[in-house]
Design a protein around this ligand. Sequence first.
Ligand SMILES: Nc1ncnc2c1ncn2[C@@H]1O[C@H](COP(=O)(O)OP(=O)(O)OP(=O)(O)O)[C@@H](O)[C@H]1O
Length: 292
Amino acid sequence: MALETTTMTTDPILKVEHLSMRFGGLMAINDFSFEAARGEITALIGPNGAGKTTVFNCITGFYKPTMGMITMRQRSGSEFLLERLPDFEIAKRAKVARTFQNIRMFSGLTVLENLLVAQHNKLMQASGFTILGLLGFPAYRQASKESIEFAKHWLEMASLIDRADDPAGDLPYGAQRRLEIARAMCTGPELLCLDEPAAGLNPRESLALNGLLQTIRGETGTSILLIEHDMSVVMEISDHVVVLEYGQKISDGNPDYVKNDPKVIAAYLGVEDEEVEEVIEEIEAEQGGMTQ
Ligand SMILES: Nc1ncnc2c1ncn2[C@@H]1O[C@H](COP(=O)(O)OP(=O)(O)OP(=O)(O)O)[C@@H](O)[C@H]1O
């Protein structure tokens, strides 16, 4: 049975309702519902194989869900049913951007060029789909200048401005992660979906990532949906946490609520709900023993 409670938000940017995704005989997502509030950081967490990436793939159009409805509501009030749109329209029209578990960038292009490629759609429009650009029309020259300024702004935000002319592939891992996020921001999203942005980062890089995500939320009001295993990142920056286990929601609330929810503790410890109290007592007794 799926958990019925959903944290209701007054202004949801994203509403996932009764989402299910079946792969052959495996029900990877089973009647899953949640809301992400506009301007907030919502984290989707859960043990390995719980179905987090599958949910992301349904939201961003990589998978067509077996059942359910995914509604994206923009600031303007325009609504999009994401399960009905092809992935490129989800990015372009619905304004949902995403990053992947494995970094995907143009490693042979410079850091700045990566951010200009992200603005390709805007530039193509301004170029009248090439011809005005070839003729050097002022509107195209202006759009081109603005794209460079916008790219530089995001390089500053991601602390990458000093590396603007270096090949993206030469950046250290943590910087590549920030570049991916800066590139996603250059597409002008209203919802930014990040799949494990802190994976493989050292504590200093993790801190820089937290700073960047908080800046994005604070300065642009962009809503963020995040899959993350690193609990220090989740608990530090999230406004709202949703927990999945075996494709079903087991908890939904603010970080403090979720952190202390016995169902969540049980899922992460791999024990039955009724054994949680017992296990916690054992852990506390062991910790007490160690400090004596
Ligand atoms: N394309 C697919 N075909 C078949 N099974 C799939 C497919 N994608 C995911 N699955 C299965 O669905 C389940 C959920 O996988 P998913 O990758 O969504 O979990 P996750 O919570 O993101 O895991 P992790 O934290 O390890 O990344 C797993 O059992 C996985 O094997």
